[in-house]
Each structure stands twice: as structure tokens, then as C-alpha cells.
Design a protein around this ligand. Structure first.
Ligand code: ADP
Ligand code: CDP
Length: 228
């Protein structure tokens, strides 16, 4: 770098549920002084709004008709990521099992994806130092020109064990089945499915600690920055 001022760096982290996207992305952003965007939280927030407003989530036409209504705002500090819908803090209610079970149907609707993708691009464009954006289609669709693309994977067993450690009272088998169902829905939808970009670096986290995954991604970002 000629003048010592770091150029913004855009990092896309995609993968199925429980592979470590959120924990890794937050830590990498915090370590490198970047912003952070959890795009799953945005899809959960619009799903929460649909459910709260009595929209039939099995009716894509009804969802499409109101997809532009909720005002979703994401705070991008990795130490304190926030999310509001029409000014209401929804950080807790978007994590219920009800919303988790409905989010794939809502996020498959093209009008919902168009709306949320536009939001994501404007957040990324406004991040002065750069940003780590995590989701399912960031490297393929939302930010295809990202400086670095990571695709995290892990066995279904490891992912279910991690998730059921968070959800007290839910057994690993039930969690595993729910994860597999959601991955299948997210991977098979027509618009912007969960997929690895051709130029993404795949990291299998099954046998890695979270600290190892973070270190691996930080090193890859630093290499990209040095080459810029
Ligand atoms: N490599 C890892 N080894 C063990 N546990 C992990 C690892 N990565 C993440 N976790 C844990 O697994 C859970 C799910 O991680 P999270 O980052 O929310 O995944 P995702 O965002 O991909 O759904 C969290 O409790 C997290 O602390
Ligand atoms: N870029 C994204 C991010 C999430 N999603 C949808 O949002 C859901 C919730 O994402 P999430 O990242 O919060 O999921 P978990 O990691 O919490 O399991 C996914 O299952 C997808 O249906 C998406 O379609 N595209």
C-alpha cells in the first residue's frame, strides 16, 4: 500500500447452518476492524414481520405483495450487531423455532430476495473500512466481486451437535433433521440458492476449533489485503 491507508476489503462467508459463519464472521471483523452483516438475520426479520402481520407464509403471492413494506435496519458493529424492523428491536424474536422453521419459505420468494439483496449491497457499499458479510448467496449473487469468498462446511453430525448445544431441551436427532430439511430447501430454491461460488475457498470446519477457523480466515484476508 503506497500511502498506508487500508483500502476497504469485502469478505463473503457462505455455507449451511451451523458451519460457524456467524461466530467466525464476527470475530474476523472484530480482529480486523471491519463491519459485519448477518444476512440470515435480515431474512429472519422479514419472516418475523410476515408472521406478526398474519401473512400466510405458504402463499408466495401474498408474501411478494408486501415484501417492500417492512423497514429493516442492521447495525454492523461486530461487537454489538443489532437488527430492527420498523424501529422495533427483533434480535430475540427472530431466533425462535417458529421463525427458524418458516424462514426458508419466505426467503425463497424472489421479491423478498430482491428487496433484501438491495439492502445488503447498500450496507456493504457504505462500510468505509470494509465488511464481512455472511449468508448463503453472498459470494454467488449479492457481492460477486468480493475480495475474498469463503464457503464453510461441516458434517451434519457436527452441525447438529453445535446447534443443539445452543437450543436447550432439543435433542440432537430433531435438530439434525430440521437442519437437513432447511439446507435442502435453501439449496433447491430457484432464486439464488445456497451454493459455493466457483472462486470461493472451501473450509471444512468439522475437525477444526472455532479459533482455528478464525485464524485461517484472518490469514486469508491479510494475504488478500497485502496483494491489493
Ligand atoms: N469450529 C467450531 N467448532 C465447534 N463449535 C463451533 C465451531 N464453529 C462454530 N461453533 C459453534 O457452533 C454454533 C453455531 O455456530 P454459528 O457461528 O452460529 O454457525 P452458522 O452461523 O453457520 O449457523 C455456535 O454455538 C458456535 O459457537
Ligand atoms: N444470504 C442468505 C442468508 C440466509 N438466508 C435464509 O435465512 C435462513 C436463516 O439464516 P441464518 O444464517 O440465520 O441461519 P442459521 O445459521 O441461524 O441456521 C436460511 O435458512 C435461509 O433460508 C438466505 O436465504 N440467504
Amino acid at each position: 500500500m503506497e500511502n498506508g491507508a487500508a483500502q476497504p476489503v469485502i469478505v463473503a462467508i457462505d455455507g449451511p447452518s451451523g458451519t460457524g459463519k456467524s461466530s467466525t464472521s464476527k470475530a474476523v471483523a472484530a480482529q480486523l476492524g471491519l463491519s459485519y452483516l448477518d444476512t440470515g438475520a435480515q431474512y429472519r426479520a422479514i419472516t418475523w414481520w410476515m408472521v406478526t402481520n398474519g401473512i400466510d407464509i405458504d402463499d408466495p403471492t401474498a408474501i411478494a405483495a408486501v415484501a417492500g413494506k417492512p423497514d429493516i435496519v442492521s447495525g454492523t458493529d461486530p461487537a454489538n450487531p443489532t437488527i430492527t424492523v420498523d424501529g422495533t428491536d427483533v434480535a430475540a424474536p427472530i431466533r425462535t423455532q417458529e421463525i427458524t422453521s418458516k424462514v426458508s419459505a419466505v426467503s425463497a420468494v424472489p421479491e423478498v430476495r430482491a428487496r433484501i439483496t438491495e439492502l445488503q449491497r447498500s450496507v456493504a457499499a457504505g462500510a468505509e473500512k470494509g465488511i464481512v458479510v455472511e449468508g448463503r448467496d453472498i459470494g454467488t449473487t449479492v457481492l460477486p466481486d468480493a475480495d475474498l469468498k469463503i464457503f464453510l462446511t461441516a458434517s451434519a453430525e457436527a452441525r447438529a451437535a453445535r446447534r443443539s448445544g445452543e437450543l436447550k431441551g432439543v435433542d440432537v436427532h430433531t435438530t439434525r433433521e430440521a437442519l437437513i430439511r432447511r439446507d435442502a430447501a435453501d439449496s433447491s430454491r430457484k432464486t439464488s440458492p445456497l451454493a459455493k461460488a466457483d472462486d470461493a475457498v472451501e473450509v471444512d470446519t468439522t475437525e477444526l476449533t472455532l479459533a482455528q477457523v478464525i485464524e485461517c480466515v484472518v490469514t486469508l484476508v491479510e494475504e488478500k489485503r497485502a496483494a491489493k
